[in-house]
Design a protein around this ligand. Structure first.
Ligand code: NAP
Length: 320
């Protein structure tokens, strides 16, 4: 099969399409014929060598894929050859024609959901569910600020929160991104590149502040986030690319909580809950991943550049 291989940590050009032997499923494992691969920012951090969790070299990147079951190992009960599935983790890497997975990391992909959309679920929708429900205690009637709503995780937050009955303020840095955020269900949209965007957000809340923030760039926004919270408000830190100075008094005055999230820390039971919620939302049509770019697998280097550029518009997927 063809697979993207990384033989050294460094820049995007180190992602090389190569021939490698086909993997074979062992007991409890499933082999997927990959139809689409989700490109996540974390794939670039790992490739660069800057991430805390480093794979052994050489490796094939990627956790999120969608496709068709090609073969199953002994003891696999819930999947059979020909099933449409998505993954939230692979053994051999997702950037490939075939991906080997533990059956616990596979989930059914409803017929109305495309493979590209299936590849957009694992990290983005898993993170959004964990941020809103497992950490943020999201409730109907509350005001949610999705700070960075135009990308993979942000759109998922908007789509989960809207049918719950939250009032949603989403932010994006481009005109196109802001139009997308409204189309996905946000009640209000704000440009996070404006110097005083927090004044607009406070005005939308009529001065009361927001109850919950899902934050995609904490090193830029956390200090302002604390000042925008209502009493008892929560900030879930999802994305962070540096350091920031905050005034702890802003949190004290509101009895606010700053909650750091790392999806890898979710337990098996929490992942079961997360994917039951995602599959239900796909089935009832409330979750509809938006695909901004589809590129051939050989263009993995370009996809790693694109995912780090401003002007996000949904998800970037690779097609083997
Ligand atoms: P993505 O698809 O690349 O989207 C990035 C989002 O961040 C876009 O909405 C972008 O908006 C927004 N953004 C850019 N500048 C911003 C600013 N100054 N203030 C607020 N938002 C800003 O990435 P993603 O998959 O949604 O992931 C978002 C972040 O969360 C990444 O840093 C990722 O590494 C992290 N993450 C962490 C976990 C975890 O376990 N903690 C899990 C998943 C993702 P514009 O492009 O419109 O400006």
């Amino acid at each position: 099969m063809k697979a993207i291989r990384v033989t050294d940590f460094g820049g995007p050009d180190l992602l090389k399409l190569q021939d490698v032997p086909d993997p074979k499923p062992d007991s409890g494992q499933v082999l997927i014929r990959v139809k689409a691969v989700g490109v996540n920012p974390v794939d670039t951090y790992i490739r660069s060598g800057a991430y805390a969790r480093k794979p052994n070299l050489p490796y094939t990147p990627g956790t999120d894929a969608a496709g068709i079951v090609e073969a199953v190992g002994s003891g696999v009960k819930h999947f059979k050859t020909g099933d449409r599935v998505y993954t939230n983790g692979t053994i051999t890497g997702a950037y490939a024609d075939l991906a080997l997975c533990e059956q616990s990391r596979m989930h059914p992909l409803p017929a109305k959901v495309s493979f590209a959309q299936g590849a957009a679920l694992g990290v983005p929708y898993g993170t959004a569910y964990r941020a809103l429900f497992q950490m943020g205690r999201a409730k109907a009637g509350e005001i949610l600020l999705v700070h960075g709503a135009s990308g993979g995780v942000g759109i998922a937050c908007v789509q989960f929160a809207r049918p719950l009955g939250m009032t949603i303020i989403g932010t994006a840095g481009s005109e196109k991104g802001r139009a997308l955020v409204v189309a996905q269900g946000a009640h209000h949209v704000v440009d996070h590149r404006m110097v005083d965007y927090e004044k607009q957000i406070m005005s939308i809340t009529e001065g009361s502040g927001v109850n919950l923030i899902t934050e995609m760039l904490a090193n830029v926004n956390l200090a302002k986030d604390l000042g925008m919270l209502a009493q008892g408000g929560r900030v879930v830190v999802i994305g962070n690319r540096g350091t920031i100075e905050i005034n702890p008094r802003d949190a004290m005055a509101r009895e606010a909580a700053i909650l750091g999230l790392i999806l890898w820390a979710a337990t098996d039971a929490e992942l079961t809950e997360i994917h039951a919620g995602i599959v239900a939302g796909l089935e009832n049509g409330t979750l509809r991943p938006v695909i901004g770019h589809e590129l051939p697998l050989a263009d993995a280097p370009r996809s790693h550049q694109l995912v780090m550029e401003p002007g996000s518009y949904g998800k970037i997927v690779l097609v083997p």
